[in-house]
Design a protein around this ligand. Structure first.
Ligand code: P53
Length: 476
């Protein structure tokens, strides 16, 4: 066929902590997102020890989707969304992560949200863990390094599966589980796994242990989910940014491959149910002692995913330098600018063809259905005197990525479930906590300093995307 199927899931994506607000409504507990302040382009947000009286925490109110969701869903409906990806805030269901009974008010909120979506013929696509661990599990257990979190996560997931089994079909376990491969970043290990390292600790080994515990938790959840409802489609979620060699020098080519392995072995385990040899060899060269039990190995085998959800924003390029060995290779420590590409104001390199490359790479390697669950362009928007918002840069970015996506499906035969651009309504940036880094088709009147009326308005891209969906990708 020369076009996308009629069932193709066009929609938009968000995460609970980045838009809901209501951080203490309905008995919600404190999550890792509630203790992070605002950064700026190139500067990570600060993580505070609990809630500090004089700090501003942008996620506490966010865009108050908690009280505006009906109005917002009406706008999604107007754009023609077939699906909407969000997450369930763990702390609404188990405020500290440790309660023996779930919090009914939290469960009810998502019942109402999913009912509202279904009433509008919008299919909910649900992430179970999107950077919103109960903060209590950080202070008490040190995050996912502790195996106790496996059981606590499984309990949370099973509660959600049972409660929403007739409302939700598509699930994902851990959002961008591979961000933590960049273990030098305080932000990435904290948001993925609730890790806070002390000076002198082996960050890399701690990251691998946490990632392992999450992979086991994910596999157990996949198996239990299929028992609860065999129609469930349960995927992993990988942050995909292909790593290119900077030159044809075989050193650079091998360096790029090694950097890819370090970032994407997570997908190998989710899909194949076991660790790749290169990683086991690497751990033994490094002297890492990762606690993997025989039961873990059985669990990984028994809970492989149904599809691969992934985010795609940019690509990377690496150049091998003489100081960095192949073992040490990461996309960060050997990164070079790609002179064929332009970058956003936040330095993210814009590479639409990289999306076609990524879709083919995943297909060749894993032979599973794919779902692009995030893609988009963070930018400063300007509201004109008459209230209109002209965002041709966002339309350009999305148009070129959608073109490449369609080529991958139509010419290359990639099996793609859907496409949900990130931050379809403006929300709090994960990386910097800014409101002014905007992705939305819908503008929200709020800035980095907590000012604004929260009023929603349609950007030019709103009308453009509506036409894209109506024409099933023909009118770009
Ligand atoms: P923001 C790093 C690299 C790529 C994607 O990011 C990332 C991150 C973490 O910031 O996160 C994903 O808001 C993530 C979303 C996030 C979105 O990309 O920093 O799944 O929660 O908002 C965009 O511009």
């Amino acid at each position: 066929s020369n076009s996308l199927s009629k069932e193709f899931l066009w929609g938009g994506a968000v995460a609970a902590h980045q838009l809901e607000g209501g951080w203490q409504e309905g008995g919600k507990g404190i999550s890792v997102a509630d203790v992070m302040t605002v950064g700026s382009p190139g500067q990570e947000r600060a993580i505070t020890n609990g809630i500090m009286p004089d700090e501003y925490y942008p996620n506490h109110e966010a865009i108050d989707f908690y009280h505006h969701y009906k109005e917002d869903i009406a706008l999604f409906k107007e754009m023609g969304f077939k699906c909407f990806r969000t997450s369930i805030a763990w702390t609404r269901i188990y405020p500290t992560g440790e309660e023996s009974e779930p919090n009914e008010a939290g469960l009810k909120f998502y019942d109402d949200l999913f009912d509202e979506l279904l009433k509008n013929d919008i299919e909910p696509i649900i992430t179970l863990s999107h950077f919103e661990l109960p903060y209590n599990l950080v202070t008490k257990y040190g995050g996912f390094r502790n195996r106790k979190l496996i059981d606590l996560f499984v309990k949370f997931a099973v509660t959600c599966f049972k409660r929403y089994q007739n409302k939700v079909k598509y699930w994902m376990t851990f959002n961008e589980i591979n961000n933590q491969a960049n273990y030098d970043s305080d932000f990435l290990v904290f948001t993925n796994s609730g890790l806070r390292f002390k000076p002198g600790e082996n960050r890399e080994e701690g990251m691998y242990q946490s990632a392992h515990n999450e992979l086991v938790a994910s596999a157990r959840v996949v198996k239990l989910g299929h028992e609860i409802n065999p129609n469930f489609q349960i995927g992993c979620m990988i942050a995909m940014g292909p790593v290119y060699p900077a030159t044809m020098n075989p050193d650079d080519v091998l360096a790029a491959q090694k950097a890819m392995e370090k970032n994407y072995f997570f997908a190998d385990v989710h899909v194949n149910g076991f660790y790749p040899e290169f990683l086991k060899k690497y751990w033994s060269r490094k002297g890492f002692d990762i606690n993997i039990t025989p039961q873990d190995e059985a669990d990984l085998k028994a809970g492989t995913v149904d599809y691969i959800g992934f985010s795609y924003y940019m690509s990377h390029a690496v150049k091998k330098n003489s100081e960095t060995t192949f073992d040490d290779m990461t996309p960060q420590n050997s990164q070079v600018r790609n002179n064929y590409l332009e970058a956003s104001d936040w330095g993210w390199q814009i590479d639409p063809k990289g999306l076609r490359y990524a879709l083919n790479w995943f297909t060749d390697k894993y032979h599973l259905p794919l779902f692009i669950v995030e893609n988009g362009f963070g930018a400063y928007d300007k509201v004109e005197a008459d209230g209109t918002i002209h965002d041709p840069y966002r339309i350009d970015y999305l148009r070129e990525h959608i073109r490449q996506m369609i080529l991958a499906v139509v010419e290359d035969g990639v099996d793609l479930i859907g496409y949900t651009p990130w931050g379809c309504i403006d929300l709090v940036s994960a990386g910097t906590g800014e409101m002014d880094k905007r992705y939305g088709f819908i503008y929200v009147d709020k800035n980095n300093k907590d000012e604004g009326t929260l009023k929603r308005s349609k950007k030019d891209s709103f009308y453009w995307f509506k036409d894209v969906i109506t024409s099933n990708g023909e009118n770009l």
